[in-house]
Design a protein. Structure first.
Length: 742
């Protein structure tokens, strides 16, 4: 093997020698299937199940394309006719692709080569990794034979029909390397919640066919795996029973924050992680990287050492991660660790801290507008640009389809991808929160452009509409574009489900459903295209049913009308029955609207009604629950009024020294009265706002008014809302009333 990385002189010499070899090979063309008869044999090792399964998928596609079933064998010296050698080669065959160094195909690229053997030209597919060999098969099918996998499942496939299948590799060899090293946009568990095992299999096969992949390793939350209770408990210098790795919050290092954060400046934090990763890569040499990323919603340390070690939490994270990977690389020079600038660590360091070459930061756009293109969001653009002056690379982690409704935001995807590439991103790890009209297409576009960034989404969409919808392309393109244009024009919607009617107004859904009727009429004789259209139609129907329910519910709440609430319950049940009918199919995903509608006893807009499947009225009147999470500032509008607070990236903010208030108007119908009332402490979302911002002489309180705010009674004051289990009993103040201000 020629080493392409030994020295600058050898790199240049190797490239010249290799180019000379290619220049002396004529264009390679072979006929695999002729007039419906197989002229080839697929040769694949017996040992690797994934490669064998991929070979069977190649067989499936060639048969569906031509009608010919190509045989699969395992002995490379017994191929009949033209061999398609997948990670195999007959004895005595000269194969140049074996000399290609891994850096030329990093991380999971491949070589497709025409080889001369036994008086005939055959095809060989190689890679240094099994993942690359799998990609070679799908690269052959997609790039050379025109196959496409637009959406999961059989109806999402496009396999061109031809009785004769010819393969041409210009120059006789093709060396393929993906443009982005990490290409793994993915549906999370909520999006796949209502799929059966077969449906999940369709999704995973779709990923593989579209060449999702990248370096081997884990991303995601990992501190709890590394800083286990046992590891933390070993670090207790003053023997007070509280680990010295516990973060200092409000000037105190207390047991209630044990395991919920980390003192990143403590030397033992560095030592424990360094030892953990060194041992991990000793035991798992096949992994390229592993995660060193923080957990969700943790406490960050404010001890004296942390305050002087870095300008902010992002600086502390970067300094600690640099030290860890430097130590790990002493034993494992090529291994990497992933970190996540996320939540409190998203703000870049004020000082310049160069990131180690073997760090892989995954920049998470938590709390950022997910509808507009990322370069159009000034604060986030500034954060990314600042981070990328210090980091060697980054992977993206954006949140797609938080709403649960249609998501054909293809213009935003193109602009965001161009921005990330220009800043030095080398991977995409975007998380798709729901499945609906547009999300499969969005992910297909993301995967295609991640593999080859020269492909433009406008061109890919033209192929999608014309190939996927056929004669109905015009109408369906109109549906997608109408929704996209409206979503882009709806500004400042946040992530509040109370604002979904602004993203998906009923008249827009009705217009799109009418267009779909016309689209179906144009392809009435094509069962496959009809099924594709009906998949999208189901998504729009579900959204329309939800909008109908939400409209009736709003009218009932505003009027305090019990009969209208009964209508809302029936409308809710209609929505749930419809989407339940799609369970196990690939038409519709969980999460989003469904996630917040199904358990409505936990209070959508404070209805107090628990809509459960099959029994919409039994629990009314029942437990009244009003949740206003105040997360990301999106739901402050659920409050009756507020003052002095402002919306920030992690919730609500108030200036030092200022006094602010949030007032809720809590009511039920006149024929009902409150029997009990409790305010759940942590669920108020005061944790960050109070515990991280409240000065020592600051105060807080809970007040109740029964006379429309003319007089107030203080129920609680100077309370600690960070306690894990706490509940404020308001019963004595509001029992027997049907309305109060809180």
């Amino acid at each position: 093997m020629i080493d392409f990385t030994s020295s600058a002189r050898l790199i240049l010499t190797s490239v010249v020698l290799f180019a000379w070899a290619l220049a002396n090979v004529s264009a390679g063309t072979v006929t695999l299937i002729e007039n419906g008869q197989a002229k080839c044999t697929i040769v694949v090792p017996r040992e690797d199940e994934i490669i064998l399964e991929t070979a069977e998928d190649l067989q499936y596609h060639l048969q569906k394309m031509s009608g010919a079933k190509v045989p699969i064998i395992h002995d490379a010296n017994k191929a009949s006719g033209i061999g398609i050698y997948i990670d195999a080669v007959p004895l005595g065959a000269a194969v140049r692709g074996r000399r290609v160094g891994r850096n030329m195909t990093w991380p999971d690229g491949y070589v497709i080569e025409m080889i001369e053997f036994d008086g005939k030209t055959s095809v060989a597919l190689f890679s240094t990794l099994s993942e690359g060999i799998v990609n070679a098969v799908y690269g052959l099918l997609e790039d050379h034979l025109g196959c496409r996998w637009f959406t999961p499942g059989e109806i999402g496939e496009h396999i061109p029909k031809r009785r004769t299948v010819t393969l041409e590799i210009p120059g006789g060899i093709e060396i393929v390397k993906p443009d982005l090293e990490k290409r793994m946009p993915w549906y999370n568990g909520n999006a796949n919640k209502y799929l059966d095992r077969e449906g999940i299999g369709h999704i995973n096969r779709w990923y593989r066919r579209n060449r999702h992949g990248g370096p081997r390793g884990k991303v995601g939350h990992a501190w709890n795996d590394i800083y286990t209770p046992e590891a933390r408990n070993r670090v207790d210098a003053d023997h007070d029973g509280v680990s010295d790795l516990t973060p200092v919050v409000d000037g105190m290092r207390t047991a209630k924050f044990a395991g919920n954060g980390l003192c990143m400046s403590h030397p033992k934090a560095f030592e424990i992680a360094s030892e953990w990763f060194t041992d991990f890569f000793d035991r798992n040499p096949d992994y390229d990287h592993w995660s060193f990323s923080q957990e969700d919603s943790i406490k960050f340390c404010g001890c004296d050492v942390c305050r002087v070690t870095g300008s902010n939490q992002g600086a502390l994270m970067l300094r600690m991660s640099n030290r860890v990977i430097e130590k790990v690389n002493e034993a494992h020079p090529t291994k990497r660790i992933t970190i996540m600038p996320y939540e409190a660590t998203l703000e870049p360091p004020e000082e310049f801290i160069p990131g180690n070459e073997n760090l892989i930061p995954i920049i998470v756009s938590m709390g950022v507008d997910q509808i507009q293109a990322k370069p159009r969001i000034p604060q986030f653009r500034r954060q990314v640009e600042r981070w990328m002056t210090m980091l060697p690379r980054a992977w993206s982690r954006d949140y797609v389809c938080w709403s649960g409704g249609p998501w054909p935001l293809f213009q935003s995807l193109q602009q965001t991808r161009d921005f990330y590439i220009s800043e030095g991103y080398t991977g995409v790890m975007d998380e798709y929160l729901s499945r609906n009209l547009g999300t499969d297409t969005h992910m297909w576009l993301s995967g295609r452009t991640a593999w080859d960034h020269s492909q433009r989404i406008e061109d890919l969409l033209h192929e999608f509409y014309t190939t996927y919808f056929g004669a109905a392309a015009g109408e369906m393109k109109g549906v997608y574009e109408r929704i996209e244009q409206h979503m882009l024009s709806a500004s400042d919607v946040g992530t509040a489900f109370a604002n979904l009617h602004r993203l998906y107004p009923a008249d827009l859904m009705d217009d799109c459903l009418a267009r779909i009727v016309k689209a179906k009429a144009k392809v009435s004789g094509n069962r496959t295209i009809l099924a594709r259209i009906e998949r999208d139609e189901n998504c729009l129907k579900a959204t329309r049913l939800w909008l109908n329910f939400y409209s009736i519910l709003g009218q009932a709440n505003r009027a305090g009308n019990r009969s209208r609430r009964s209508e809302a319950a029936k409308a809710c049940q209609s929505y749930l029955d419809f989407v339940d009918g799609l369970n196990g199919t690939l038409s519709f995903g969980g999460g989003g609207i469904r996630k917040y509608t199904e358990p409505l006893g936990k209070g959508l807009a404070g209805t107090g009604t628990n809509f459960t499947k099959g029994r919409p009225d039994e629990s009314w009147p029942g437990r009244f629950v009003y949740y206003d999470w105040l997360d990301q500032g999106g739901k402050i509008t659920d409050a009756h009024s507020w003052s002095r607070f402002r919306i920030g990236s992690h919730g609500l903010y108030i200036d030092p020294g200022a006094t602010g208030q949030i007032i809720y108007d809590v009511r039920t119908t006149k024929d009902l009265q409150f029997k009990e009332a409790f305010l759940p402490g942590r669920h108020t979302g005061w944790d960050l706002a109070i515990n991280l911002a409240l000065p020592e002489d600051g105060h807080n309180g809970i007040q109740v008014s029964l006379d429309d705010g003319r007089t107030w009674v203080t129920a609680f004051e100077d309370i600690d809302t960070s306690v894990a289990v706490i509940k404020f009993d308001l019963t004595k103040h509001v029992r027997g009333t049907n309305r109060f201000l809180l």
